[in-house]
Design a protein around this ligand. Structure first.
Ligand SMILES: Cc1ncc(COP(=O)(O)O)c(C=O)c1O
Length: 239
């Protein structure tokens, strides 16, 4: 009997940290960067009273995108919402990558970049870090004719280090225009450093950068699976 065939891909699956320990109640799992403070009671009220669980939601997330565009002073048509920013990473890989393309990620970086890139058939190259900090020159060393996407989180997970505003601008300058830079702002709200600027602020008008944002971290809403991306209208806009 011939059974359905599937693509064999070699990667280590994503292993989330343990959520339960047999002898300890109310543990805070640090490995997933979930909020230790929980979610706001205002959100819980709305989720309990206003969300109609039996209906499909608006697949264009119109109201949410409108609110995001007001709060972050950015263009409605350049916002895409997803089931967590995880889904946006997946969509980017599906949309931009074909087999044998190359993707560069920092040596220590959020695992979903490499997982979705590999599922799309791309080769993933790892750029060394200096003292657990992303290195612009090590990323640049890895660039070849086949490079399609560079993914990085700023500040980075799992290292907690960050690239300064001038370093990330320098990186974009050193890349060919047809290389997509994905700047994941998942932890932007936790930054207080003067020499740091969010990807969204730096690249709002860029034609070859996509920014990722999530409601999971600062709003403590990981279970709702809400994330968004911001990029050129050409990539994002849905009629
Ligand atoms: C850097 C980074 N990006 C994206 C995500 C995924 O977030 P979401 O819950 O929006 O899928 C995480 C989650 O840990 C993360 O650390």
């Amino acid at each position: 009997m011939i059974l359905p065939q599937f693509k064999k891909i070699s990667f280590k699956s994503y292993k989330p940290g343990k959520s339960q320990l047999s002898r300890i109640k109310n543990i805070t799992k640090l490995s997933a960067n979930e909020s230790a403070l929980g979610s706001s009671s205002k959100v819980r009220k709305i989720v309990n009273s206003k969300i109609n669980l039996s209906k499909y939601p608006d697949n264009k997330s119109t109201k949410l995108r409108l609110e995001i565009s007001k709060k972050f002073r950015c263009e409605f048509e350049q916002i895409i919402c997803g089931a967590g920013s995880d889904e946006i990473i997946q969509i980017i890989c599906q949309l931009f990558l074909k087999p044998k393309d190359e993707v560069i990620v920092p040596q220590y970086s959020f695992l979903m970049y490499r997982i979705y890139s590999k599922i799309a058939g791309a080769n993933v190259l790892f750029a060394k870090e200096n003292n657990h900090k992303i290195s612009v020159s090590e990323i640049v060393k890895k660039i070849s004719k086949k490079t399609k996407i560079i993914f990085l989180a700023n500040p980075n997970n799992p290292t907690g280090t960050y690239l300064k505003k001038n370093e990330i601008l320098e990186l974009r300058k050193k890349l060919r225009n047809n290389i997509l830079l994905v700047v994941d702002d998942a932890y932007d709200e936790y930054m207080r450093k003067k020499d740091y600027t969010s990807g969204l602020k730096l690249f709002k008008k860029s034609k070859n950068v996509i920014i990722l944002r999530t409601f999971s971290k600062i709003y403590g809403l990981a279970a709702l699976r809400v994330g968004w991306g911001y990029g050129p209208k050409k990539f994002i806009f849905q009629k």
